[in-house]
Design a protein around this ligand. Structure first.
Ligand code: NAI
Length: 332
């Protein structure tokens, strides 16, 4: 089976080559995103393998179908960047990796919260400069704080457990309540209540057309003065300028993001030495209480191994005309 990989980095090659032990797959790796600008160049492949910032809209799908591509394999969990209706119409199978390591993302979420709160990133730099002063590094205990979690699927659930382990009170909102989490001590409450009571709010729901800019001026106004917001889910869940205003007014005491609405032009690239034209991210980076990582939460040895393994398993099964055996892998 011939696969064209888009948005690839050197580590993608390593992990996918490691899993191709039987030599069943023939790979072409491209660094560029898949999108309308490049789709005409796709030739002689059975499948395309895409990531979070590839734009697989109707136009792209139509061209792929004309070129004989049969499968769009997402090597990630989220699928907001693929037009599933169009894929169905053009008879294109779409698969994903529904769960490769929820813990990888949940642990990074906690790492961001701890770093932001205890200012580890600043302390590290200070000590290297022989500055051993503690002024400006004051944090707060997580123990006893209320953590609000929006979306308690695989990642949200793993994060709830971590927060419970820290002795936090966890209040959650999801369209479906999880019985195990309730037994572990998580309280499900209406969304507005989560906004009102949380000292820390963490987003773990997928981005859908209905919840775009879930965090906006109105929801921020419902939140406690001094709340910390963490987003490791999708950038589009947050209205970035509303958040900038909330940081300026001090309603938000801190912001940690691993995802950003305009990330496709920035993340996964080394842009040091270039002029960044995105004024919004520049404004965010100017705040001392904002921590940004570049879509790194999934990035562990275990997760990359699982991503390669499950993506290839999906492709192999689809290639044999079977449904992928991993439930929820097939989207269209
Ligand atoms: P999941 O499908 O297991 O869980 C999502 C949960 O969100 C479900 O329980 C669902 O009922 C709930 N939900 C859906 N819409 C909601 C809404 N409007 N309000 C509240 N809850 C809602 O997905 P999983 O694996 O936990 O992943 C969650 C998201 O995390 C993905 O969609 C993706 O966007 C993001 N992600 C980020 C990564 C990163 O590296 N930063 C890596 C992997 C996923």
């Amino acid at each position: 089976m011939r696969i064209a990989f888009f948005s690839t980095q050197p580590y993608d090659r390593v992990f996918f080559e490691r899993e191709n032990t039987a030599g069943y797959f023939n790979y072409q790796f491209y660094e560029t995103h898949l999108g309308p600008h490049i789709v005409q160049a796709v030739e002689n492949v059975d499948a395309v393998c895409v990531f979070v910032n590839d734009r697989v809209n109707e136009n792209v799908i139509q061209v792929l179908a004309e070129k004989g591509v049969k499968v769009i394999a997402l090597r990630c969990a989220g699928f907001n960047n693929v037009d599933l209706e169009a894929a169905k119409r053009y008879g294109m199978a779409v698969c994903r990796v529904p769960a490769y390591s929820p813990e990888a993302v949940a642990e990074h979420t906690m790492a961001m919260l701890l770093t932001l709160n205890r200012k580890i990133h600043k302390a590290y730099n200070r000590v290297r400069e022989q500055n051993f002063s503690l002024n400006g590094l004051l944090g707060f205990n997580l123990y006893g704080r209320t953590v609000g979690v929006i979306g308690t699927g695989k990642i949200g659930k793993a994060f709830c457990r971590i927060a419970l382990g820290f002795g936090c009170r966890v209040m959650a909102f999801d369209l479906h309540e999880d019985e195990e989490l309730k037994q572990a001590g998580v309280s499900y409450v209406p969304l507005e209540q989560v906004y009102k009571v949380s000292d820390i709010l963490s987003l773990h729901c997928p981005l859908t057309p209905e919840n775009r800019h879930l965090i906006n001026k109105e929801s921020l106004e419902m939140m406690k003065e001094g709340v910390t917001l963490i987003n490791t889910s999708r950038g589009g869940l947050v209205d970035t300028w509303a958040v900038v205003e909330a940081l300026k007014s001090r309603r938000l005491a801190g912001l940690a993001i691993d995802v950003y609405e305009q990330e496709e032009k920035l993340f996964f690239k080394d842009l040091s030495g270039t002029i960044i034209e995105d004024d919004t991210i520049q404004r965010l980076m100017s705040f001392p209480n904002v921590l940004i990582t570049a879509h790194q939460a999934f990035f562990t040895e275990e997760a990359l191994t699982q991503i390669a393994r499950i993506t290839l398993q999906n492709l192999q099964e689809l290639g044999r005309g079977e449904r992928p055996s991993i439930s929820q892998a097939l989207l269209a």
